[in-house]
Design a protein around this ligand. Structure first.
Ligand code: URA
Length: 217
């Protein structure tokens, strides 16, 4: 507390992690996860709503330190309403397990909340419509670290066309909160290219080190 008072006296803004259980009173429309989920569930901002079974909001701990952002729901995710539940999801779970984290301890979502037909890449006009939803999720969760999995997630989140191989190992930030971002390969790509798992492992070690550090910047 004394430390906090000193920082305040120095004019340094203190960023206090929000606990969801205690935040029923404040700016509810922005910070209410159920409200946001139901807004997304009825979204018709792009054509993807016509073909979806359901929207896929996200899963995990809303107070998580680590937020994982993938590309978009696939067929299984569209059917079950949960991100990363297919084969790529199983590998993602194992990758998390390798650094001592369970799926329940992190939060997982995607750039797009609806499935692009045939698992094609998201179109720019679809990403634009979904961006504000993701920004609100980040604002709600206020993670200490974001792990962007795959080229589509990384390039859209960080607004650049850099190849994923060049983004790995770098630290970026996202949004006004300047949440640190690390990039790794998509688990679906790793299933097709198992030799690249070694690089993904290095990325996960970096994630673990950053989460264990006092501050990430
Ligand atoms: N791939 C993604 O990027 N997201 C999912 O939810 C599933 C597969």
């Amino acid at each position: 507390m004394r430390h906090a008072n000193t920082l305040t006296a120095m004019g340094i803004e203190i960023w206090v992690r929000r606990q969801f259980a205690d935040c029923a009173d404040t700016t509810a429309s922005v910070l209410d996860p159920k409200g946001l989920a139901s807004e997304i569930a009825s979204c018709t901002r792009c054509k993807l709503h016509k073909e979806r079974t359901q929207t896929v909001f996200g899963v995990g701990d809303l107070n998580a330190e680590l937020l994982i952002i993938g590309e978009a729901p696939g067929a299984e995710e569209d059917r079950l309403g949960e991100p990363f539940v297919g084969p790529a999801g199983k590998l993602l779970n194992s990758m998390l397990g390798a650094i001592g984290l369970s799926r329940q301890q992190v939060y997982i979502t995607n750039i797009l909340k609806c499935r692009p037909p045939g698992n094609r890449d998201p179109k720019p006009e679809e990403v634009v419509q979904c961006t504000a939803y993701l920004a609100r999720q980040v604002e709600m969760i206020q993670p200490r670290l974001i792990l962007a999995v795959g080229r589509v997630a990384a390039q859209n989140l960080l607004q650049r066309n850099t190849p994923i191989g060049k983004m790995r190992g770098q630290r970026y930030t996202y949004g006004q909160l300047e949440v640190p971002v690390i990039v790794t390969y998509h688990p679906a790509y790793l299933l097709r290219s198992p030799r690249e798992k070694r690089k993904a492992w290095a990325d996960l070690v970096l994630v673990k080190e950053l989460l264990q550090g006092e501050s990430i910047s």
